[in-house]
Design a protein around this ligand. Structure first.
Ligand SMILES: NC(=O)c1ccc[n+]([C@@H]2O[C@H](COP(=O)([O-])OP(=O)(O)OC[C@H]3O[C@@H](n4cnc5c(N)ncnc54)[C@H](O)[C@@H]3O)[C@@H](O)[C@H]2O)c1
Length: 359
């Protein structure tokens, strides 16, 4: 921007870790009226140089310390392997940056609380990534629920059938408790569970069975889960990383409507969703669906809402409390699977599993 257009007030971002971080760079570029990518960082110098070359005026770094020390970075988008997040989020906050951090945020509920305390102490914010939330199909269902049109929830069916093989697990951090922190439940199904929790709220109890069937890894790659809500609603999740055709699917049965998502594995929160009204509820359902104004989706949807929240001082679109809730749910799933019992939520304040779910 030239001086004639006034000062450049765009949010200055550095993206650290350039696997999925490439998608962050592209999303920020798509939102270039709000954000400016000033630096990218990867310990792999070739990756850093390549991605920096995509856009004008982006410098390549290979040491995240240079990002924390940079005076021209407002926000760090952290896309490094999971076990690095806890220390790197703290370092960035203490260096005066806000942080957007990929899932899984950290290795325990207690670590989320530690980061919340550091965020409060430093006055900077952490926004965990849950980009599936912002699909327009899911947003329509949320409007139907919020406006009281859906009625009582009965049952939800959640399917995750993805495929991950040797090439995926060639990255040395994947498939190990110490570095990936979990398997399909923590790393993949968490997106679909977050969508369900948006619709139904936090569950009151879960029962999970996990298995490692597909790949020669430490963490689980297949799981089945039942969830129960205080209002009586029930849900099942089945998840595997061994499916030949890939899909993600939600089906929510409410008193006054049934909502069915599309089946694209990574964008099933997007349109088209099917809303079938119970007799007598057709007009009410159609009115809410027709009134829905489509918003931006995926990473762009989350980052745009983040920029709005910064501009108007409103709540972030995804908060540390959201990440805490999901990690508490995942903690309960791993405990349930290991101890072969139902686990009630929320976990007690003195529950030892709040310090970590890893075996
Ligand atoms: N939200 C989603 O849908 C989604 C999708 C994929 C991955 N993820 C998450 O993103 C994170 C990264 O996953 P990925 O698939 O991109 O992994 P990846 O291995 O493909 O990429 C990670 C990159 O980080 C770099 N790196 C490692 N340590 C670093 C450090 N200290 N400083 C700078 N760079 C470093 C690596 O060289 C690599 O290029 C994980 O937490 C993963 O769970 C989220």
């Amino acid at each position: 921007m030239s001086d004639a257009e006034g000062p450049d007030e765009r949010i200055r971002v550095a993206v650290v870790g350039l696997g999925i971080g490439r998608m962050h760079v592209l999303a920020f570029h798509e939102l270039r009226k709000r954000f400016r990518v000033v630096a990218v960082c990867d310990v792999d110098a070739e990756r850093a140089t390549e991605v920096a070359g995509w856009l004008k005026g982006v410098r390549a770094e290979t040491d995240p310390e240079a990002i924390w020390a940079a005076g021209d970075v407002d926000v760090v988008a952290l896309c490094t392997p999971p076990s690095q997040h806890r220390a790197q989020v703290e370092a960035a906050l203490r260096a005066g940056k806000d942080v957007i951090c990929e899932k899984p945020l950290v290795a325990s509920v207690r670590e989320v609380d530690e980061l919340a305390a550091i965020a409060a102490e430093t006055g900077h914010h952490v926004m965990p990534v849950f980009q599936y939330r912002f699909g327009n199909g899911l947003q329509k269902l949320l409007a139907l629920v919020d406006q009281g049109v859906a009625g009582r929830p009965f049952v939800a069916n959640i399917d995750l059938a993805w495929r991950r093989g040797a090439d995926y697990y060639a990255a040395p951090w994947r498939g190990r408790w110490e570095t990936e922190l979990g398997g399909v439940l923590l790393g993949h199904a968490v997106h679909l569970l977050d969508m369900a929790v948006q619709v139904l709220g936090p569950p009151a109890a879960v029962w999970a069975r996990t298995a490692t069937l597909v790949n020669d890894i430490e963490t689980e790659d297949s799981a089945v889960v039942t969830l129960r809500w205080a209002n009586g609603a029930l849900a099942t999740l089945s998840a595997t990383l061994g499916s030949v055709p890939e899909l993600s699917r939600h089906r929510f049965t409410f008193e006054h409507l049934t909502a069915e998502s599309g089946t694209d594995p990574y964008t099933n929160s997007f349109d088209p969703w099917t809303f079938t009204a119970a007799p007598g509820h057709e007009d009410a359902v159609a009115a809410v669906v027709d009134a829905h104004v489509p918003g931006t989706e995926d990473y762009i949807g989350q980052f745009e809402r983040y920029a709005d929240a910064r501009a108007n001082g409103g709540p972030l679109p995804v908060t540390l409390a959201d990440a805490r809730l999901m990690l508490e749910l995942v903690t309960a799933l791993y405990t349930s699977s290991r101890e072969d019992r139902e686990v009630a939520l929320p976990l007690a304040e003195d529950d030892p599993s709040l310090a970590g779910w890893a075996p």
